[in-house]
Design a protein around this ligand. Structure first.
Ligand code: PLP
Length: 286
């Protein structure tokens, strides 16, 4: 990683940026993050990403160190300093550096650590993965039970993605009690008879920002949305499947555990939703 990053109030070349070995983000994954897509040099769905950052921090009793305007300025500064036209901004807030390793939360006067960086990712809009569609394998969901909090505790998601890649697939969908929860880093959907089906919100999935916007756009376009659980077998027998995430937008899924979904090609509903999402979210980009 190169470029200019942000650490606790300073913009620095990445190789000069440092945090303490006693930072709780490093020692305990005691940290929250957000990732916002950048298209045309602008932030996609920014207010919703900030609202989720606020909520995640509040769930862990970490005081949000910045207000909305400061966060927006920080994001824009990183986009500008790194000349990002298409890509993402990552921000992380940890409970801070206590100078020791202890399980108890430190006293309130210990300031949170803030780290942020921007990444150029040309091709997220004109994405080859979206044109080809993804091959998915399913894996058991072995994560903790507060997946609605966007913590940096991502080791199982990383492991699941590696297991999926080693099995020759592009990504993994996680399964609990016979039902798909979500993808390793995205929300999961199927399309049946024109209806979009996705798992309802709860503590068992991340409340995807792309999910919220997409479902709103779909309803506005008079498409039917069913928020309910679905099984792997139902997904394999569906007309279409797809995922959503901040930088993947809407990406079709063409195969699940070796079984072609629908025609085995990206489906018309998924491709239409991708177009709608990108067009609509560009209009409100900041
Ligand atoms: N689910 C999980 C587990 C994720 O890690 C992510 C994104 O990182 C998502 C869903 C999608 O969320 P969003 O649309 O806010 O990027």
């Amino acid at each position: 990683m190169t470029g200019i990053v942000y650490v606790n109030g300073e913009y620095l070349p990445a190789e000069e940026a440092k945090i303490s070995v006693f930072d709780r983000g490093f020692l305990m994954a005691d940290a929250i993050y957000e990732l916002t897509a950048v298209v045309d040099g602008k932030l996609i769905d920014f207010p919703a990403h900030l609202a989720r950052l606020d909520r995640s921090l509040a769930e862990l009793d970490i005081v949000n160190p910045h207000g909305y305007d400061e966060w927006l300025a920080l994001h824009r500064e990183l986009v500008a300093r790194n000349a990002v036209t298409e890509g993402s901004v990552y921000v992380e807030v940890t409970r801070g550096n206590t100078g020791e390793r202890a399980f108890e939360y430190p006293p309130a006067e210990i300031p949170p650590t803030v780290v942020a960086f921007a990444t150029n990712r040309p091709g997220i809009v004109d994405s080859p993965a979206a044109a080809a569609g993804l091959r998915i394998v399913t894996l058991p969901d072995l994560r903790w039970q507060r997946r609605d909090i966007k913590t940096v505790q991502l080791i199982y998601q990383a492991q699941a993605k590696m297991l999926a890649k080693r099995a020759g697939a592009d990504d993994g969908w996680l399964v609990e009690d016979g039902f798909v929860t979500e993808g390793t880093s995205n929300n999961a959907y199927i399309v049946r008879k024109g209806r979009i089906v996705t798992r309802p919100l709860g503590n068992d999935i991340l409340h995807g920002i792309t999910r919220a916007s997409l479902l709103r756009f779909a309803r506005e376009a008079q498409m039917e949305v069913e928020e309910r659980q679905f099984t792997v077998a139902e997904a394999q027998a569906a007309d279409e499947a797809f995922i959503t995430s901040a930088t993947g937008f809407v990406t079709p899924v063409v195969e699940i555990d070796g079984t072609a979904v629908g025609t085995g090609k990206p489906g018309p509903v998924a491709l239409r939703l991708r177009e709608i999402y990108i067009d609509e979210s560009r209009k409100t980009a900041l």
